[in-house]
Write a protein that binds this ligand. Structure first.
Ligand SMILES: [Fe+2]
Ligand SMILES: [Fe+2]
Length: 134
């Protein structure tokens, strides 16, 4: 998946995490079966940290729409964990399917949930400083 300008939300640390997410999804979609596990492990670890950071910003800024946002994070973490478990058993299809589904998930989640959070953080004066370089 390619990075697109519309993914830039103007919150530097969040934008940087989103670039990393897009890079990992791109990598996942290009790997052979034997190479999927380490990439999926990195994507899962990235997602845990990425979502934890956003949830900390929500709590610190008393973001009002946090429940549905956190729910989407939880669902994705569960999907990633399930794909990893099945891949360990030799079933690569769910990991392959994820590579196809994650771009759509990211586009939707970023445009709705993360955009709302970034806008809220800006109004609170916690916009994350300068935009990420690149
Ligand atoms: Fe995000
Ligand atoms: Fe999010």
């Amino acid at each position: 998946m390619d990075w697109e300008d519309r993914y830039v939300l103007g919150h530097g640390p969040m934008d940087a995490m989103h670039r990393e997410f897009v890079d990992l999804v791109t990598e996942l979609s290009t790997l052979r079966q034997g190479e999927l596990a380490p990439c999926l492990a990195r994507l899962a670890q990235h997602s845990i940290e990425h979502f934890a950071a956003e949830e900390e910003w929500m709590a610190a800024s008393r973001f009002p729409a946090s429940a549905s946002h956190i729910q989407e994070h939880k669902r994705l973490l569960a999907t990633l964990a399930s794909a990893r478990r099945l891949l360990e058993k030799g079933l690569a299809a769910p990991a392959r399917a994820l590579a196809g589904e994650l771009p759509g998930w990211f586009r939707d989640h970023t445009a709705k949930q993360d955009a709302a959070l970034a806008a809220h953080l800006k109004t609170c004066g916690t916009g994350g400083g300068q935009p990420a370089p690149g």
